[in-house]
Design a binder for this molecule. Sequence first.
Ligand code: NAP
Length: 337
Amino acid sequence: MNTVDALPTTMSANTSHRYGPPAMLQWSTVDRPEPGEGRVLVKVHASSVNPLDWHSLTGTPWIVRGQSGLRRPKSPLLGTDVAGVVVAVGPGVTELSVGDEVFGGSSGAFAEFATSKATSLALKPPSLGFEQAAALPIAAVTALQALRDKGKVGAGSRVLINGASGGVGTFAVQIAVAMGAHVTAVCSGGNVEMVRGLGAHEVIDYTSSDFVAAVTQAGGVDVFVDCIGNRSIRQSRRVLRTRGVYVVVGGPKKGRVLGPMSRLMKAAVVFAFSRQKAAPLLASLSTEQLTELAKMVEEGTLAPVIDRTYPMSQAKEALEYLGTGRVKGKVVLTADR
Ligand SMILES: NC(=O)c1ccc[n+]([C@@H]2O[C@H](COP(=O)([O-])OP(=O)(O)OC[C@H]3O[C@@H](n4cnc5c(N)ncnc54)[C@H](OP(=O)(O)O)[C@@H]3O)[C@@H](O)[C@H]2O)c1
C-alpha cells in the first residue's frame, strides 16, 4: 500500500462555488486532492490570508477571472500560503520526500490537505513554527522581489515603503533594513511604534502628514515600494531621485474590470520618457527565495508580524478581517491538530 492509500479519501475544506463575499465560504467535506506530475500532497498545519485570496474569492477585478474561471470559480478551494508536512509525492518529484516539513505556495491551502508544485515549496527549518512559516510565502517573497529584483536596493539606498504596516510592508521594512538601506515608512499613527520597532529609520503618519511633500523636501528616494497606490502616478514619481525606481506592488481595490492594471498602464505612459523607472511586480514563489527568507528568520533579521490567528474552519472571519484593509502584518489560519 502506498502512502496515499493510507490517507482518508475526503477532507474538510473552505469552499465556495460562486464568486462573492467571505460570508459565502463554507466549511465542508470534499474529495482529498491527488498530487499530479511534479506536485506533492501536503497535510496543512497552517496557512495565511492574502489580498490574492480575496480577489480569487470575490472574482474582482474581473481580469482575475481569466485565470480563476469566467462565470464561477474553476475550483471551489481557496488559499495559497501553506506550511505543513509532505504526505505523498506525485510522479517526477525528486526534491521532496514524505515526512518533509515544508512551506510555500499551494492550491487550496484553506483545507486539511493541499497540493503544491515541488518548486514552489522549501524545507521549513525546525526552529521555525508552522504558523511563522505560513506567514511568509506571498508577502515576504513579494517584499524581497520588490526590493532586490525590481529596486536593486543595496547598502546606502534610500527606500520609501508605503503601506509599511501591512503583510508585504512589514516584511519590506525589515528586508530593506537588512540590506543596509535607509528606510522611510508610511503608516497610520496607531502603527508608527510597531513599524519603528521593525527598524524603519523614519516613519511618516499618513493621517497627519503628506508623505509625498515630506519625502520630496527631504531629497527624495532611490526606490519607492508602493503597496497602497493611493497617490497619482505623477505625485508618486515626484518622490524619486533622478534614476529612482517606482515599484508598483499594490493598488486601490476600485476599478471593477482592470483593478490595479489600469494604474500600471498609466505608469507606463508617465514614465515613458524619463530616466526614472516604473517597475510593476507580479511576485512568483521559488524554493530558492523561500529558503533565503527562512534563513533570515532563523538568523533573527526577519520576524513575521502576526496580527491574528484563526482556526482553519474560520477562514471566512479571517478574510472578512483582511477585507477591512486594517491588518497589521499577517493573519494566520491554523489547522486543528
Ligand atoms: N504585485 C504582487 O505580486 C503582489 C503580491 C502581494 C500583494 N500585492 C498587493 O499589495 C497590496 C498590499 O498587500 P498586503 O498583503 O500588504 O495587504 P494588507 O496586509 O491587507 O495591507 C493592510 C495595511 O495597509 C495599510 N494601509 C491602508 N491604507 C493605507 C494608506 N492610505 N496608507 C498607508 N497604509 C495604508 C493598513 O494600515 P492602516 O490600518 O494603518 O491604514 C494595513 O496595515 C495589496 O494591494 C495586494 O493585492 C501584490
